[in-house]
Write a protein that binds this ligand. Sequence first.
Ligand code: ZN
Length: 888
Amino acid sequence: MQRSLISLAVTALLGLSAGAPVLVVAAPAAKAAQATTQLPRSAVPTHYAVSLTPDAANSKFSASVTISLDVKQATTCLTLQAADLTFGAVAISAGPGKTPQQASKIDVDADKQTATFHFAQALKPGSYQLKLDYTGIIGTQASGLFSLDYDNGGAKKRALYTQFENSDARRMIPSWDEPFYKATFALEATIPAGQMAVSNMPVTSNTKLADGRELVRFATSPKMSTYLLFFGLGEFDRATSVVDGVELGVITQKGSLSQAQFALDSSRAVLKEYNDYFGVKYPLPKLDNIAAPGRSQFFSAMENWGAIFTFENSILLDPRVATQSDKEVSFLVAAHEMAHQWFGDLVTMAWWDDLWLNEGFASWMESRTTTRLHPEWHWELRAVDTREGAMERDALATTHPVVQRIATVEQASQAFDSITYSKGEAVIRMLESYVGEDAWRAGVRSYIAKHAYGNTVSNDLWREIEKAAHKPVTAIAHDFTLKPGVPLIRVSDAVCKNGKSTIQLTQGEFSKDQQNKKPLNWRVPVIAQTVGGATVRTVVGGGKASMTLPGCGAVLVNAGQSGYYRTLYAPKAFGALAGNFANMPAIDQLGLLADSWELGLAGHMPASGFMDLANNAPVDAVPQVWERIAGVLAGLHDSYEGKPEQQAALDRFARARLAPVFARIGWTAVKDEAAPVANLRETLIHALGEVGDPAVIAEARRRYAASATDNEAMPAALRRAILGVVASHADAATWEQLRTTAKTEQSSMIKAELYDLLGAANDKALAQRALDLALTDEPGATAGASIIRHVASNHPDMAFDFALAKRAQVDKIVDGASRSRYFPGLGGRSADPAMIGKLRAYAKQYLPADAQGDTKTAIASVQYRIKVRAQRLPQIDAWLRDHAQHGG
Ligand SMILES: [Zn+2]
């Protein structure tokens, strides 16, 4: 699954991690290898034959399933998972020709999401067929079988899709709905004539029924986990292309196929790459990617085997609005979901404790593949963004290890967080660098070959990597996946002798909210060099190490930034590095900017260290460096909320640094411009708008006004950036004008984005109007929650208070899996001490104990923000006063 990418375009470009603070408080992971399960393992399913009849118009379905199963221990009852299903006839038989036995009693436990079927005659060990007739509900949010309504060329349409990860297959099929229970699936569906039905496998027959409907049968799937099953139904178009004997498809609503060409081309390139990398060819006959209107607060795409589901804003490129970053998102998401076809679908974690095996790996593979197949995007420089996204959470006391104990569905949902995805990715990057690319790939290949169609735990991967690498990688891997937190490597001043520099390294721990914490111990692979010199590797173990590097001069630790740790230089060493900033590789410039900013905020070094770097960064530094500086300065602007004088000083400095960079690249792209420059242009327009640059705001407004009659005024590449500035600085008339545009927009994708913009207004009265609008039918069933989230990015307290006051209504427009993180996500950006009490009260009143992890993390984030405002901003104020020559 790819996490929700809503507003990724802005947050990723600004170097901010997307989404709400999300974390789980978990018990120690020592017992992770003992796979937990909710169902007794006395019976095991082997095959599901499902017959489904959806009634889209009435949001319900009827179905029957015949489950082939093996009873392992004699029993008088079978317990399956089921949610919101109503049962009719239930019978079990010991095979064809044997007399079936009706269930004598059915116990449904709504809280545990189980149904227990009792039989008068005990079932002896052996093979059985359990047949269940039942009905269920078609929801409006993305879990189980759900519908999405949209306009297509002015006509109202409804399409159906499924979303089962992590535990929602049970909403469509009573089942052993845990990843451990792999089985084959044969699906058939009775559908209205003229619609297209899609599932994991190709259609094998399509029969016209007497009443005009059609019966569609799909080929039997390979052995797989329930959460990977997919069904879709609607008025679709499909484009195909064959690669290595596999039919690749992209499926869209009717009329949108031309926007899918890039996605189809991407899938072709990625499939070839993966068939080679994994050493096992993609095993299904086809692989579709289904683009759907709408959105979820939980995810943007899902790796159903052979039938990837992607919300259309993360896959389609509409030439009217698509930007360079949209292209990157489309490619990345496809690369992520396709990596899961092996890591996740073919080989699946035994239980959610090891979810990172799926998500950390797919995230790493997505970055690796994007870097390889689109070198011109320089995605390798995004590694620092990933690391920062993970450390933001991992340095709080509420963090958890990458491998964690999961006991409930709610905890499994919360596990889809930045520790699982981003720390998982960062740790893999570090370990691959440690063992080498070839050894890593060899280990992955033998892991896939050995465990195909099976389930694994993390140690199954480490075993194969270690065998291939002949290096003790497991011990390091355990340190970084079984222990929470961020190592801190302190670097002494270098001693130069005979043309060599010697440094002392000591390992501590980087914590944002536990000042006197006794550091954990990690074995940390470290790569260092003198700037421009050869790299030297070591592993810091037992808390310290000494390194001797060829050359004298500024010393750079974590060279290449593959290490998952923060680097804190002694003051002279930092000064030397700052003086050599322009001579460092771009990735290390990014790493130094990120470390100095976070270490400064946490009080490990002066908060002005970053300001010095930002002040001296060359105007021609790579675009990603300026994106990071712009991101920090725009974020700092927010931190000064309520302190107008200091905010004005910061804004003057930000404009003085960013405006000359923007002047170099201008509003209009030159021919054959490098892709990162296009991204930087968007970021700078956004950031300069944020810090009140009058020229940028005026030009954005001029272009927006002119766009009514002049198509060139707001080209696709600039459209989102311009509208973003116009919307955040909107007055009532402009806001209403944007709303009218949203209302009349025909494209479901553009419409949703326009409604989000209404939530971006700085003006409080307009933000309130957006909140009220979010709960009406106007924006559509899946747009409301997104609008409120946009309001929260400017006005967290207001959005939280509003959502809480309307909690029952808001719960209906948020998908179940993200409900416990949605509210803390709104309040988590606040800097108001009152929010802490509000969040606590919310959790106490509305969340079960196993669902409070995100709230605790949101509280920790608010507390940290308050501390930074009190303790660090004065240092930055002082620095700004000392450097006031930038005024103007
Ligand atoms: Zn994923």
